[in-house]
Write a protein that binds this ligand. Structure first.
Ligand code: ADP
Ligand code: AMP
Length: 227
């Protein structure tokens, strides 16, 4: 009989303990920052760090650092994904973010917004695929909001080609940019739709000047932190 009960419980997923996230979302505020490549996510995050003392973690930057880390087993995999504009597997990306969050909570301890195990993060360029969103919310920390910077592909292409003149990035060229737009439309837009359905998205038109976009972003983040 117990075996039968076990089978029924398994079928109903009653044995599956709900995972406890590593960080408590009542203490650690996570804001995801999404938008197409070149929408201006990184630029706005840097300004919001100055306004509110966030720790800004860019998934792309963490992946590039891992790609170049001596002894990394993921270097070639990451390099190929970046060049092709595809999604680096979740296991790598989520782990890098989780480690960086733990390090920041240690480092920033005592500063405004960071006392008693508290923290505030802008997680830029993440989640780009649904599996990452679910994994992060369940296992790492439930995100409060998605800041969604939107503009046209024409604007993004122009900005990326301009950035490409000095960035040294292997993916700031027309061929990679087209692939990145495709991944964004096919894979990341559904993530934004998912959070929209949960009422968690704040959309900001990033077609305007850096200063204008910043003024809208700052007001939006102030509201989030006041809640
Ligand atoms: P993302 O992080 O979304 O890929 P970035 O913040 O790196 O985008 O911005 C891409 C490029 O466009 C950078 O060279 C940046 O200086 C420039 N840029 C960012 N925001 C604006 C803006 N509002 N107007 C004009 N140029 C911008
Ligand atoms: P970015 O620096 O945000 O423009 O990202 C550059 C590249 O890094 C992307 O085209 C992907 O190949 C990879 N990347 C960035 N963020 C993620 C993520 N959240 N998940 C998987 N791959 C990512």
């Amino acid at each position: 009989m117990p075996a039968l009960m076990d089978k029924i419980a398994d079928a109903l997923h009653l044995h599956k303990k709900s995972a406890t996230p590593t960080f408590d979302h009542t203490k650690v505020t996570v804001i995801f920052v999404l938008g197409g490549p070149g929408a201006g996510k990184g630029t706005q995050c840097s300004l919001l760090v100055q306004d509110f003392g966030f720790c800004h973690l860019s998934a792309g930057d963490l992946l590039r650092a891992e790609q170049h880390r001596e002894g990394s087993q993921f270097g070639t995999l990451i390099q190929n994904c970046i060049k092709e504009g595809t999604i680096v597997p979740m296991e790598v990306t989520v782990k890098l973010l989780e480690n960086a969050m733990a390090a920041a909570i240690k480092e920033e301890k005592g500063k405004d917004g960071w006392r008693d195990g508290r923290g505030r993060f802008l997680i830029d360029g993440f989640p780009r695929q649904m599996d990452q969103a679910i994994k992060f919310d369940e296992d790492v920390c439930l995100a409060s909001t998605v800041l969604f910077f939107s503009t046209t592909e024409e604007v993004m292409l122009g900005r990326l080609l301009e950035r490409g003149k000095t960035s040294g990035r292997e993916d700031d060229n027309v061929e990679s940019i087209k692939k990145r737009f495709n991944t964004y439309n096919q894979t990341t837009m559904p993530v934004i739709k998912h959070y929209e359905a949960l009422g968690k998205v704040v959309q900001i038109d990033s077609s305007e000047t850096v200063e204008q976009v910043h003024s809208h972003s700052k007001a939006a983040v102030q509201k989030i932190l006041d809640n």
